[in-house]
Design a protein around this ligand. Structure first.
Ligand code: AMP
Ligand code: GLY
Length: 421
């Protein structure tokens, strides 16, 4: 079958690699893809916001199934649009995508179905928000509603920071803001928890620990993710049961009650506090860099899984995973997540000899004149799976050192909570 992947990050390159391994897949198109996907698929230079052109391309190239990587087109309804032309799509519809697109939608669902989450309030003006904040304990978390690409969340330690957060959000720093969310600060350990769904049933799709802060020791600003390891050190059967019973099942029931279902990856961002899971946020797609970290551990044919989801028979296959410990380090452009240069050449990349269980997934890269250039904040993902996290990390760092790229930086301490104790 012919598959189309929408997106251009490390997540999409990893998805592309997994699909390529399947004997079921004859051709892959990446819309628009990056310099890495270009090596194994055909990149198609279309904007991911241009649904009509994407639809025309899919139909005229007889693409059998489409996998949507990023949240933005999902939240904007690309699945509903393509399905209205009888195109098979792996990803949730517009109603279900509100789980990521609107924090207030998710919080209201949590309240109605008793899903454990931080206590919260929703406010429609800065006056209301500020008067509520006067009586809150600090630190407190202030969030913009809607998509903010991993930003738009402030953890405020003092009144000045609260004022600044409310001011920036209502002044449109993350797009037009009609609502603001103020919530209790949860102190615990985060975990990214994934399930894959076909609209009727679902299966676990691994866990990971992301590292969102830009600097070592979890310091500095929030980013899209500087690295991850999988499985999360928190994973165990008891916690797994609690997450499914208290969070995932009631969420899917809530969607059913809205006459909707969930098809695709559902990613619960959790805070685990003394063994109890709390929902921090939902994402309606795979995580990035969690996807690059988790997929190399999957033994089952990924194309068969995607097909089963679209055909609503996920129940018919079992998912098998390698026991390996997988770790991903993201190489970023100097200056990220603030201002950084683009179009910086990355030499030496083609000279690296990847050994078994080593992977380089491209993110913000592009090819020109047979050379590779940076084209974004997060540029390359180095993933290694081995029998322990320390080995995986040492080997990933060794790969990055071989590139010796002076346009970028990375965190050497990914997995520090589990490796450097
Ligand atoms: P979000 O975009 O909602 O995932 O938030 C970004 C990051 O802010 C999360 O990964 C957490 O590290 C942190 N965060 C968000 N909400 C809370 C909370 N209620 N308590 C503690 N940390 C939080
Ligand atoms: N790694 C965080 C995210 O994909 O949102």
């Amino acid at each position: 079958m012919k598959v189309g992947i929408i997106g251009s990050g490390g997540r999409e390159h990893a998805i592309c690699e997994s699909l390529k391994k399947s004997s079921k897949v004859s051709k892959i198109y990446c819309i628009p893809g990056n310099a890495g996907t270009n090596l194994i698929a055909e990149n198609v230079d279309l904007g991911i916001e241009d649904f009509k052109k994407i639809k025309n391309f899919i139909i005229s190239n007889n693409i059998d199934i489409v996998v949507v990587g990023p949240e933005k087109p999902l939240v904007e309804g690309i699945v509903d649009y393509l399905e209205s032309y009888q195109i098979k799509v792996f990803g949730p519809n517009k109603i279900a995508s509100q789980l990521e697109g609107s924090k207030t939608f998710t919080k209201k669902l949590c309240k109605k179905y008793n899903i454990p989450t931080a206590k919260f309030g929703i406010f429609e003006s800065s006056k209301e928000a500020l008067s509520f904040l006067k009586n809150c304990n600090l630190p407190i978390v202030i969030k913009a509603d809607g998509l903010a690409a991993g930003k738009g969340v402030y953890i405020c330690e003092n009144n000045k920071a609260c004022l600044q957060a409310v001011d920036e959000i209502f002044n449109g720093k993350f797009g037009e803001a009609k609502k603001i969310l103020i919530e209790e600060f949860l102190k615990g350990e985060e975990m990214s928890f994934f399930v894959i769904c076909d609209g009727i049933s679902y299966k676990n799709f691994g866990t990971a620990q992301d590292h969102k802060r830009v600097f070592e020791g979890d310091k500095g600003k929030n980013t899209g993710g500087m690295g991850a390891y999988s499985p999360s050190r928190l994973e165990n059967n008891d916690l797994n049961k609690k997450i499914l019973n208290k969070i995932i099942n009631p969420t899917l029931k809530g969607l059913n009650d809205l006459n909707s279902t969930f098809k695709g990856f559902l990613y619960a961002g959790l805070m685990v506090v003394k063994g109890e899971p709390y929902l921090i946020e939902y994402n309606v797609r795979m995580g990035d860099p969690e996807c690059q970290t988790i997929l190399p551990r999957l033994k089952t044919d990924f194309a068969e899984i995607v097909l089963a989801c679209v055909n609503k028979n996920l129940d018919s296959i079992s998912l098998n995973w390698e026991e390996y410990k997988s770790l991903c380090i993201v190489l970023c452009s100097n200056g990220y997540p603030d201002i950084y240069k683009k179009n910086v050449e990355i030499k030496n990349l083609s000279e690296i000899n990847l050994k078994k269980d080593e992977f380089i997934f491209h993110a913000g890269t592009k090819e020109f004149d047979n050379k590779i250039f940076s084209n974004g904040g997060r540029v390359l993902n180095f993933v290694v799976k081995s029998e322990n996290f320390k080995k995986s990390r040492d080997r990933a760092i060794n790969l990055i050192d071989q590139i010796n790229w002076d346009g970028g930086f990375y965190r050497k301490d990914i997995g520090f909570k589990i490796i450097d104790k």
